[in-house]
Design a protein around this ligand. Structure first.
Ligand SMILES: Cc1cc2nc3c(=O)[nH]c(=O)nc-3n(C[C@H](O)[C@H](O)[C@H](O)COP(=O)(O)OP(=O)(O)OC[C@H]3O[C@@H](n4cnc5c(N)ncnc54)[C@H](O)[C@@H]3O)c2cc1C
Ligand SMILES: *[C@@H]1O[C@H](CO)[C@@H](O)[C@H](O)[C@H]1NC(C)=O
Ligand SMILES: *[C@@H]1O[C@H](CO)[C@@H](O)[C@H](O)[C@H]1NC(C)=O
Ligand SMILES: *[C@@H]1O[C@H](CO)[C@@H](O)[C@H](O)[C@H]1NC(C)=O
Length: 626
């Protein structure tokens, strides 16, 4: 039934290595070794560089971002380059800039590199090279790392280092390893007899003339498969596409890795009966044979089934070419065979198995960054793509800073009177929580019996039960702010354009379908047991209080009555204080410095009621937008 790509076997032995060295006797030692100068290796490298950590990035090729020298084959990126949003807020604009890495250098924004909505991949290679050189990142090119292993600790020196070699005979050691090698090994299913007749996506010609008047079968149904079909369907007789499962349209699933509109032209020619067609079939049921220079797909029938019953078999006509676009997997051969590395289960088997702190489950002090961490949010969020893993790399860095250097997770503390404003600002500009919805959330720690609060941005929400030990901040009462789509809204075949898809009613906020903020208040930190017991499909365990902010057409949560008033009531319940003081205080401040008091403040004073000071909020929103 399933694609027969078996988890790679790993071998565990108990070989004991004896090293007669101390750290200083290893000439090539670094505190951190990052393997791979793709976008993720560069991103984590940037943060290490900023903190003056001893690090090196090993890259086997002679340029940064070499994945994009070859891929995507037809050279059109699927990450959007929205140069205009109507806002000048830098943080907000990153919500719609999916190609830039995070840095302090404003010249390193992708909008300065391309005007195309879906830029050319060469432009990304140039960008990543500039990112490396302008920021002075320590990349060692032409260094292909192999034989990664960690000998057992030598008790007399108490050192426990990762060791590795390159192909030029150099030996390196490091205390912490960050594997940012991507997922770039083509997946070739060995269960399909004759699969060798198929040409892989990695080698397929990108010249449509090579398909002139040909009949083509494409195995696979992802973006690579559709990108390939799109490039040649004006030249071919027909294209058939086969895959086991139903087509997954990104606009139905709200997952950027599913089939994107920019690649899906063949859906038209299929549904309009213009020769091209797609079909569901398990690859384990077919084999490929070659006769008279044509390729035939044959169905593996049981012996007791009469073959003539299958005389209308969909794939009964021969093909000139078969193209395999069956995805990629993690390259495990960089490890010595004594290094155990568990892989994920099921669909996640192409990813190394890691914890929510990005650490290998088998190897302490070995971390992963980039698309190879996507097991944590596979088919959910953006962790497999630049606009997602640029944030998870930063989260990883924050975790490392506390664990190894006693630098607590960045935060700021403010009086509780600033809570509503702080939250509204984050809801309306934060990009990390917007891209990595359901994965990274802002955490508010209530302190001093609710007199003050501390905010930690973009924390991996699946680690909240370990908040204190992983960040260095004492925490008990917390509010987690998470972005979420409505339950049951996303999925292949869902009618996401139905008339009642969206609501404007604040009282129906909990049935909001489109991405919207959800706040979880816990009066004590959830335990590991609570995390385990969370209902499948829920992002977090059951909170003490839960609050949805109603979805918004503009994705702008600034409306005094629909968004802010219900938020204030929720926060008052959580904090246990009357947060109307916030507004009274602001009005008081204004009264002292301005001659004319905003109308809402007058009302506020006159009635002693917590009416929304719209003037102030408008100002707040203007501040956010500029
Ligand atoms: C066909 C295709 C198209 C895609 N298009 C997009 C897109 O448009 N936008 C987007 O955001 N994402 C896209 N992705 C997802 C893409 O995989 C990631 O965005 C990105 O390439 C992953 O970055 P990374 O840094 O994790 O890994 P990579 O970019 O793969 O970088 C890994 C680096 O490690 C190096 N390396 C590997 N092994 C070793 C070793 N042993 N020693 C030394 N160096 C080594 C490699 O040479 C490479 O430079 C696409 C994926 C595919 C398969
Ligand atoms: C540990 O390292 C020390 C110093 O390099 C060396 O003398 C000793 O033999 C090593 N012991 C083991 C068990 O590897
Ligand atoms: C990298 O190597 C390729 C292929 O060998 C070569 O064409 C290119 O000029 C090199 N680029 C750099 C920056 O060294
Ligand atoms: C590991 O690889 C080495 C060298 O290739 C080989 O001699 C050894 O048998 C392998 N060990 C295991 C457990 O496969």
């Amino acid at each position: 039934m399933y694609w027969s790509v078996f988890p790679w076997p790993y071998l565990v032995t108990t070989v004991v290595f004896v090293f007669h060295f101390t750290t200083s006797s290893f000439p090539h030692h670094h505190d951190y070794c990052v393997i791979g100068a793709g976008p993720s290796g560069l991103q984590i490298g940037y943060f290490l560089h900023q903190k003056h950590r001893d690090y090196v990035i090993f890259e086997r090729n002679n340029v940064s971002g070499s994945f994009y020298v070859q891929y995507p084959r037809h050279r059109k990126l699927i990450s959007i380059n929205k140069r205009h949003t109507g806002s000048t807020n830098k943080e907000f604009n990153l919500r719609h800039d999916w190609n830039s890495l995070l840095s302090h250098d404003e010249s390193l924004l992708f909008k300065h590199y391309s005007k195309e909505m879906f830029p050319h991949a060469d432009t990304l290679v140039k960008y990543l090279q500039d990112f490396t050189t302008k920021l002075g990142l320590n990349v060692q090119y032409n260094t292909e790392v192999r034989d990664i292993h960690r000998p057992p600790a030598n008790h007399s020196t108490d050192q426990n280092l990762y060791h590795m070699n390159d192909l030029n005979g150099n030996h390196y050691t490091c205390s912490k390893l960050i594997v940012a090698t991507g997922i770039a090994e083509p997946n070739v299913p060995d269960i399909v007899p004759g699969i060798d007749y198929a040409v892989g996506y990695e080698d397929v010609s990108i010249n449509p003339d090579d398909f002139e008047g040909q009949s083509v079968l494409v195995l696979g149904r992802g973006n690579a498969a559709f990108e390939t079909a799109d490039a040649i369907y004006g030249s071919t007789n027909l294209i058939h596409m086969v895959s086991r499962s139903r087509i997954r349209l990104a606009w139905e699933t709200h997952y950027v890795g599913d089939l994107r509109a920019v690649n899906n032209g063949l859906l038209d020619t299929y549904q309009l009966k213009s020769q091209d067609a797609i079909l569901e079939a398990g690859l384990e049921e077919i084999h490929i044979v070659k006769r008279n220079n044509k390729l035939y797909v044959e169905f593996d029938t049981d012996d007791d089934v009469d073959d003539t019953l299958l005389d209308n078999f969909a794939l009964r006509q021969p093909y000139d070419k078969i193209i395999r676009c069956l995805g990629f997997k993690f390259d495990q051969t960089i490890f010595k065979n004594t290094t155990k590395l568990s892989m994920g289960l099921g669909r996640r088997r192409k990813y190394p198995k890691i914890g929510y702190n990005y650490e290998s489950v088998d190897n302490p002090d070995m971390f992963f960054a980039g698309t190879n961490t996507h097991s944590l949010d596979f088919r959910k969020s953006a962790g497999g793509f630049i606009h997602g893993f640029r944030y998870t790399a930063r989260s990883l860095h924050n975790l490392l800073e506390w664990r190894y250097h006693q630098v607590p997770w960045p935060s700021h503390t403010a009086p509780i009177t600033q809570l509503i404003n702080t939250i509204i600002k984050r809801l309306n500009e934060a990009s990390g929580t917007y891209q990595m919805f359901g994965v990274l959330g802002d955490v508010i720690i209530l302190k001093n019996n609710g007199v003050e609060f501390e905010i930690l941005e973009e924390f991996p929400v699946n680690l909240i039960h370990k908040l204190s030990e992983t960040t260095g901040h004492d925490a008990s009462r917390i509010i987690v702010i998470n972005m979420e789509y409505g339950k049951g809204f996303s999925g292949p075949g869902k009618d996401i354009f139905r008339p009642d898809r969206a609501t404007q009613e604040p009282s129906d906020a909990h049935v909001s379908n489109f991405l919207h903020p959800v706040l979880y208040y816990y009066n004590r930190l959830p335990t590991e047991e609570d995390m385990r017991r969370a209902t499948p499909g829920d992002v977090l365990p059951r909170p003490t209080l839960l609050h949805h902010i109603v979805e918004d057409f503009l994705a702008l949560w600034d409306a005094p009555n629909s968004h802010i008033l219900p938020l204030r009531r929720f926060l008052e319940g959580a904090v246990g204080k009357d947060l109307r003081e916030v507004f009274a205080e602001i009005c008081l401040g204004l009264a002292l410095t301005h001659e004319a008091l905003p109308h809402s403040c007058k009302e506020h004073f006159m009635q002693g009621q917590g009416l929304m000071p719209t003037y102030y909020l408008r100002r707040q929103v203007e501040m956010i937008q500029s």
